[in-house]
Structure formats: C-alpha cells, structure tokens
Ligand binder design. Structure first.
Ligand code: CTP
Length: 399
C-alpha cells in the first residue's frame, strides 16, 4: 500500500508516544520507509534506542547534532520525505507550528519542509477544546495541514472526551488515503449525520428518527475518494466511519458550533436529521410525575445549519448539499426546499413508512439541483453514497 513512500515521523511528547512504536511497525509493514524524529519531550516517553531499533535507522533528535548535519542537513531532511507525519502531536507542538516557531529540530523541520504535513493530535480533553488550541488548528488547516483524529475516549489522565491519539491502524489508513490521491485528495468536506437529541431533562429528550446510516456511508465514500472528512455526528446507532475527523455532538446548537469550527471547507453535506426545536424549559433535574398534572414544555426553534452555511457571505463551501426527507410530493417539496435553504443540491427521499427506507439498508433518492430533478434507482445506501461522492468529486473539479 505504501511501498516506495518515505515518511518523516515526528514523535512529540505525551503518554501516547508509546503508540508511535507500533505505528512505525505498521507503516513499515505497508512498505513505507520511516525516518523518525524524536522531540525532547518525546524522549521522556519512548527511548531513542527503541525508536531507532524499530525503525532500523538512527533517530534524529537534535538541531545542532554535528554527525546528523554532516550526514544530512536538517533542511534536506525536512524535504527528503513524501509526507511529514506528526504523531503524537502535542498542543505545544501544534502551537509552535501555527506560529512558525523553529526552536528545536521538530519545529524547524516543520517550518522548513515543502512536503505535505499530516498531524495526529493527542492531548488532554480540556487542552484540545481550549480556544487557543482550536485557533491553532484552524490556522494549521488554513495552511494546508491535514488531520487524523483525535479519537474520543478515556485518557491516561482519567478524563473522557476527544483528545486520544488515533489508533496506529487508523493513522496508517489516513496515510494510505493521502497517497491514494483519489480525485478528492486535498479537498476538505464536512458531513453532518445522525439525529440530534434535545434534552427535556437529564433522562428524556426529543429527537428525529435517524440511524445515521446514510450520512456515515457518504462520509466513507468521500474518504475512499481521498477527501479529508470532518464527520459531525449526533447520537447515531451505526458506528462512525474510519479515517475521518470525528466530532460527536448531541444537540442542534452543538452541531451548529461544530460546523462553524470545522469551516472552511470545499464542500459540506448535511445529512443529519436535526431536531427543528429545542426545549427551552429543559430541567437539570428529572421531571417527576406529580399531582399537578402534565409538565408544560416550551420550545424554541433551532438554527437551520444548512441554511446558515448556504447563505454565508464569506467562506461558503463551493458545494453545499442538503437532504430532504419527505412523505409526499417529494420533488415539489424538495425543489422548494432547495430554494428556501439556498443550497446547491438537495438529496430527496420518500420516507413514508411503506417505503421501508427509514432505518432500512436501501434508499431511493432524487437529486435536485439547478438542472432539475434526477431520479436514481433504488439501491443500497452505500451505493447511493458512492454515486453522490463521485458527483461531488466532479462538481468540485469544475468549481
Ligand atoms: N437541517 C439543518 N439544520 C436544521 C434543520 C435541518 O442543517 N435545524 C438540514 C438537514 O440536515 C437536511 C435539510 O436541512 O439537510 C433538510 O431539513 P428538513 O428538516 O427536512 O427541512 P425543513 O426546513 O425543516 O423542512 P420541513 O420540516 O418543512 O420539511
């Protein structure tokens, strides 16, 4: 998969650095040549000896190392690879990259390189969500850096949330996708998926029916064509696809914020079944059945994320795709919806219970664009996704 590819692997500090050893192995298993660089902080977690023993070559550690400089200067080292991979990337290292600092070997290589850079972040959840880190990430994305992960889960520090280093096999998949150079390579696409849950109290919520199957399939198909996908998912019942940057949300407001943070993007596909209303009287305590009768719920309308992004005066993705789940007059309703929302395409489907589409494995869609309505035959949701991804790829080619 990666034969002939040369990867400069920068190993940052952090408990996740131990995974870099397996990462080296897996990259080599795929045929890649790996040149490791270990930061000072990285050395606190993995030894230079274990890294170089596994890589089968000397590990680069110091900016002012005479032997290394005599063998290969750091500028040359930064350019000798096909890809610079930073795994794990700490908040500090990403901050340096975003600022263009060059005060050690790793940051100097990253500033001097003219090859693509992929980053696999790993840090505590609070550090990941901190506005400063998010600002740095936005800057790095704007500079063309691609990201894999982080994953969500339990951390060495005992906290839970996004910030875990992606698993070595996921990083290898992302590297392979980078080199597959599909037609969507270098394109960044946002996909929303699944339902949103709008809390009534800590145990109850209102939601739309959605398994997340179609959105997941679309994200997977876009990854397969080489896109960098930010997958923003409500609480879906199907597992998220591999190789995406996963952002889990629960409510429509969180989904809107996640989409805002994920911009800019070349395209955005809004497959989520967003709840139209949220409960403004949501209680932070469980509502009890009482003799006072039924609870009074008051509602507010949720922001229309698709419409907001479609009308962005600045930074609107070149292609904005919405979905429309209808139960009658599908083409008429979806055509009107496209104009109302201001998106480029609407993928419309008939979700009447008799079609078995909602929660099922197949879909029959009509693609509505300024060219009119195009009916696709009924097919598995994966096939709809592949066809849609190919259409998106063609559209972006000419945008
Ligand atoms: N959508 C969104 N944000 C919302 C509601 C919907 O981004 N708050 C997106 C969905 O992801 C989907 C499209 O808008 O791509 C269709 O939404 P839908 O709820 O069907 O449209 P409505 O405008 O609510 O129309 P109606 O309820 O009248 O069918």
């Amino acid at each position: 998969m990666l034969s002939g590819k040369h990867i400069l692997l920068i190993i940052g500090g952090g408990i996740a650095a131990y995974k870099s050893l397996e990462l080296i192995r897996r990259l080599q298993d795929q045929g890649a040549k790996v040149t490791p660089v270990l930061t000072r902080a990285g050395e606190e977690f993995v030894t230079p000896l274990s890294v170089s023993a596994l890589a089968g070559v000397a590990v680069h550690r110091d900016l002012f190392d005479l032997t290394s400089e005599a063998e290969m200067g750091h500028i040359q080292l930064s350019r000798s690879a096909d890809l610079v991979l930073v795994a794990p990337a700490t908040a500090d290292l990403m901050a340096k990259m975003a600022q263009g600092l060059a005060n050690d070997l790793a940051s100097t290589l990253l500033l001097a390189t003219d090859t693509p850079v992929m980053v696999a972040p790993a840090m505590n959840v609070r550090m990941w969500t901190h506005p400063a880190t998010q600002r740095n990430i936005a800057q790095l994305r704007a500079d063309g850096v691609t990201f894999v992960g982080p994953n969500e889960g339990g951390m060495a520090c005992g906290e839970f949330g996004p910030g875990r280093l992606s698993e070595p096999h996921e990083i290898v998949d992302a590297v392979a996708a980078h080199f597959r150079a599909g037609p969507l390579a270098g394109k960044r696409i946002i996909v929303t998926s699944g339902p949103t849950h709008e809390p009534i109290d800590p145990v109850r919520y209102i939601a739309n029916r959605s398994s997340g199957a179609q959105g997941t399939a679309v994200a997977r198909a876009l990854v397969d064509l080489g896109a960098e996908v930010v997958f923003i998912s409500g609480p879906a019942s199907v597992a998220p696809p591999k190789g995406v940057t996963l952002v889990r949300v629960e409510t429509a407001l969180q989904m809107q914020e996640a989409v805002r943070a994920a911009l800019p993007a070349d395209a955005a596909v809004f497959a989520a079944a967003v709840a139209d209303w949220r409960v403004t009287s949501a209680s932070d305590r469980k509502l009890k059945k009482s003799k006072d009768g039924l609870p009074e719920l008051s509602f507010a309308e949720n922001p229309d994320i698709l419409k907001t992004v479609s009308h962005l005066p600045e930074g609107r993705p070149a292609l904005v795709v919405g979905f429309a789940a209808e139960t009658n007059d599908v083409v008429e309703n979806a055509t009107a919806k496209r104009l109302r929302k201001g998106c480029d395409w609407i993928v419309a489907n008939d979700v009447s219970p008799s079609t078995g589409i909602m929660g099922g494995s197949e879909n029959a869609v009509i693609l509505i664009s300024d060219q009119g309505a195009e009916s696709w035959p009924r097919m598995p949701k994966e096939a709809v996704a592949t066809r849609l991804a190919e259409r998106i790829s063609t559209a972006l080619l000419y945008s």
